[in-house]
Design a protein around this ligand. Structure first.
Ligand code: BG6
Ligand code: MG
Length: 213
């Protein structure tokens, strides 16, 4: 029986992938290439530094660690320009009513995100009050598909992993949830998220039935 829900942030609660893409492509352009949108799927769910490694691989470029740290910081500054402008209007359809329903049923709620900007985004869209725990990229040091982020969420909620369900839009996140021994629901397309226990396009019309297995 499900007692806790753990939500990925980017692509599940808000669509920040478009902002990540704009900032990464700006970096790519500065380095002399175009990071086409088709490659963007590979950046979903993975850490900032891994995203940079994928970008540089696409561009066929190699840099030292010190240079990469500088590049990632610049990308993040550009990304934050978009994040600061976010408003609650950007919460994906159905999310607020689904979270409200979970609260009413006494189901615990955590965030489980790779992003170091997660707290800032939750504040911008005014959703912090829904979360009993927030595990982000500052707390979880091992990147998805490692299960650490979700296991820390279960620990903070004081729940057994088998009583938790994870909501994820990225293949790496689905693998992390499965490795944590949790149920998992893919948000997006079955072609990409086929390993999830269920896949739905989003939270519109979602009710308690969604978390019954
Ligand atoms: C994940 C995104 O949620 O967070 C990834 O899906 C991103 O694309 C990662 O790279 C890290 O985010 P941030 O905000 O710490 O750069
Ligand atoms: Mg995501």
């Amino acid at each position: 029986i499900i007692k806790a829900c753990i939500f990925d942030l980017d692509g599940v609660i808000v669509d920040t992938a478009k902002y990540h893409y704009l900032a990464w492509n700006r970096l790519a352009n500065e380095l002399g290439f175009e990071f086409s949108i088709e490659h963007n799927e590979r950046l979903k769910g993975v850490s900032r530094m891994t995203s940079l490694d994928i970008l540089l691989e696409v561009g066929g470029l190699t840099y030292s660690n010190a240079e990469k740290v500088v590049m990632a910081a610049r990308k993040n500054e550009w990304y934050l320009e978009y994040i600061y402008k976010m408003t609650p209007d950007e919460i994906l359809p159905g999310v607020i009513s689904f979270l409200t329903m979970l609260r009413e049923k006494g189901i615990k709620i955590s965030l489980g995100s790779a992003s170091k900007n997660a707290m800032l985004i939750l504040e911008r869209v005014q959703l912090q009050s829904f979360f009993d725990a927030v595990i982000d990229g500052n707390k979880a040091l091992k990147a998805k598909p490692d299960p650490q982020v979700f296991l820390l969420a279960a620990q903070e909620l004081n729940e057994n992993p088998t009583n938790c369900v994870v909501f994820e839009d990225a293949a790496a996140g689905i693998e992390a949830a499965l490795a944590a021994g949790m149920k998992c629901i893919g948000i997006g397309s079955p072609e990409i998220l086929g390993r999830a226990d269920k896949v739905v396009p989003g939270f519109e019309n979602a009710n308690i039935e969604l978390i019954k297995f």
